[in-house]
Structure formats: C-alpha cells, structure tokens
Design a protein around this ligand. Sequence first.
Ligand code: NAP
Length: 242
Amino acid sequence: MTTKKIALVTGANKGIGLEIARQLAQAGVKVLLGARDSARGQQAVAALAADGLDVEAAALDLNDEKTIAATVETIASRYGRLDILVNNAGIVDAEDGPPSVGSITAARRLMETNFIGTLAVTQAMLPLLRQSQRGRIVNLATTLGSLSVNGDPTSPYYEARLIGYNASKAALNMLTVQLAAELKGTQIVINSVAPGYVKTDLTGGNGFMTAAEGARLPVEYALLGDGAVSGRFVEPAGNAAW
Ligand code: NAP
C-alpha cells in the first residue's frame, strides 16, 4: 500500500482532465487516469509516464455502471481508499440549443453524462473516500451552469442558451450543495470549480486559457488541506454566483 494520495480523474485522456492528472501527479499524487476508451487512456498514461509521472489507466465510462463498479473494485483492492475524486468528464452536444427548440434527445444525453453519470461515479466512490483521512471531491462546473448568470441580461454569457448543457451543469451544482450538506462533519469536502474559458475540443479550440491553465483551480481544490471549505462554487476570479 502506498502512502501517496490516490486520485481518480474522470475523462482524463485529453483536455483539462489530462492536465489535472499531470499536475496532480507532479504534486506527488498517484493518479488513476479515467478514460472511456481504453486505447486513448493508455496513450495518455504512456505520455505522462514518459515524463516520469506515477499514473495508471482506469477504464471508466460514466454511462456504464459496470465500468464504474470495476474501477471501485480496482481501487479498493489496490489501495483501500480514494483521497481525491475529480469529476471532470463532460460533454457538449451539437444538437443542444435554446429551450424552445433544443433537441430533447441531446438534452437527455447531456443530463445522462454530465449529471447522472457524475452522480453515479460519486456515489460509487464515496465508501472509498470515507476511508481517506481527507476526502476531496471536485466537480468541473461552468459559469454557464449559474442560474444567476443565465438570468442576467448584462452577463456576456446571457445569450449562451444551451438548455441541455447549462441545465446539466446547474444540476451538477445541486450535487455539490446537497452532498456538501450531507457530508458536513465528515472529513470529505466537495466543491464546484469552473476552470475558466479553456481551449479544448469541447470548445472547438476557442477560449482564453490553455488546458494547463484551466487545470490550475481544480487542482488547487483537489489538494485543499485541513479545514477546507465545502459546498462552494468558484471560478478563477473568486466565488461564482449560483
Ligand atoms: P474535452 O477536451 O472534450 O474532454 C472531455 C473528456 O471527457 C474527454 O476525455 C472525454 O472522453 C471525456 N468523456 C466524455 N464523456 C464521457 C463518459 N461518458 N465517460 C467518461 N469520459 C467521458 O473537454 P474539456 O474542455 O477538457 O472539459 C472538461 C470538463 O470541464 C467538462 O466537464 C466541461 O464541461 C468542463 N468545462 C470546460 C470548460 C472549457 O472552457 N473547456 C469550461 C467550463 C467547464 P473522449 O475523449 O472519449 O471523448
């Protein structure tokens, strides 16, 4: 059994998740790099391992309960605990749109992955997080999931009417608030962290930040020490409006 912290990062084969995995490993954490596609996961692990980082692949699809259960089993048998869960995996959908016309099947897909899948992973990992001295859960949130921002005509994001994506991320924030309340008095904290506008495949390469820069705040919250805050929604500029 290692004395290193053990982290699971979902959807870590590319984008912000890959950089979160890299930065956690650089901080001395043993990282399980979650990927729904094994080949893509192995490729990412090989790239990080080539830099001398302590990373291993975890075949994990948020929409496949069997892969979630298998990952729990692997972590339980090898490490007996999980110290950090970064719920990073997420999707956008080309058929998403304003509530009047956005595709219903797209909305369902978005809720299924971004909210239900993340909830399923979190529930499954909780017994392992309870075995940690300091459990840390980070949900990759977004300003687009803020009800206040969506209702604020002066916000630059006011016109970003993606009912499926925005609602799925608002639901994710609800997970943060409710689970933080449920876990009050335990050693586990959970926070919603919006990374900023980051150049990845998800944004079609648009954004103000590199993936490495976008990983910075999620990593900071994954590594919070004693007396850590819980149930917060933060972005690079500070506290975010729910
Ligand atoms: P990305 O480059 O598209 O990466 C998304 C990752 O999630 C990929 O590894 C993808 O795997 C994985 N994934 C998707 N569905 C999955 C599933 N069902 N099971 C397991 N893995 C799955 O996106 P990103 O920009 O890095 O986004 C990471 C997170 O940050 C997302 O939750 C996103 O909503 C959030 N975020 C991003 C921005 C931004 O500006 N980029 C802003 C706010 C929040 P595949 O490679 O197999 O598709």
